[in-house]
Design a protein around this ligand. Sequence first.
Ligand code: ES4
Ligand code: ZN
Length: 326
Amino acid sequence: QRLPELLRAMPKAELHMHIEGSLEPELIFALARRNGLSVPYADVEALREAYAFTNLQSFLDIYYAGASVLLTEQDFYDMAWAYLQRAAADNVVHTEMFFDPQTHTARGVAMETVINGLHRACVDARARLGVSALLILCFLRHLSEREAFETLEQALPLRDKFIGVGLDSSELGHPPEKFAQVFARCRELGLRLVAHAGEEGPPAYVWSALDVLKVERIDHGVQSVKDPALMKRLAQDRIPLTVCPLSNLKLCVFEQLSQHNLGALLDAGLVATVNSDDPAYFGGYVNQNFTQTFAATGLGARQAWQLAANSFEGSFIDASAKRAYM
Ligand code: ES4
Ligand code: ZN
């Protein structure tokens, strides 16, 4: 019982959490009612029962449908505030939240509605919860690079409200290099860069995220163990991997949690971290990811300490604040 208590109590940073993936079924129904929309499920229980996924795409289809109840700035605020309260309860002291603006702008929601609502929740989290919260804008990789450029253009008037950009959605068939030009532009603008790679996709996608996009972190990256040269590169350059064990289990990246390679990544000296990805869909917030993974794989207090330190090292907080946490 001491290990789960340590895992829950230790201060930590969360670096991989899609805010639209924190929308609980109860909030989906409440927002739908508030906005006069209908949900194609009878009730909360029926919706939750639909959360049986076989791969990434089977999840994304229902995730984008769930996000369609978000219309007003208050909706985005309420979603983010609900997550931030749960993060605080898990002793998350710093979080970097992904958002998918194209999911909303494609439905006619204005970019400023999305960003202003999320940002106001981040401001309140600092004041009322003592949690520092930053935003990372993700481009949807199943759409074109031209559409990513249009999204960047729409977001630039709000440049001071997000710290960086990421790349998410359907990985297979959409390699990082498809977004080489837009990431180069974001780099010139001084934005921080991350990308999902090696979740379902091959080590080659992790290589091109690093060498073509020049990202500073890899989201997931668990397929990297298939390539020893890549493992060496990740360890030498201290490239953080934001690992999401319950996500990998629910999307069948690993058949069982006991087979998860988090321990192998740490043993290889990688800056691996533990994160919740889409907590409303995958069965747990960050502390559940820690406690269930540790119980299934037999990791111990040494790895707990290492993962907490890694979460701050891998974060985009400034160097002096970082040292205070580590
Ligand atoms: C995602 Cl688990 C995962 N992978 C890729 N894109 C995503 N967007 C939300 N969750
Ligand atoms: Zn993700």
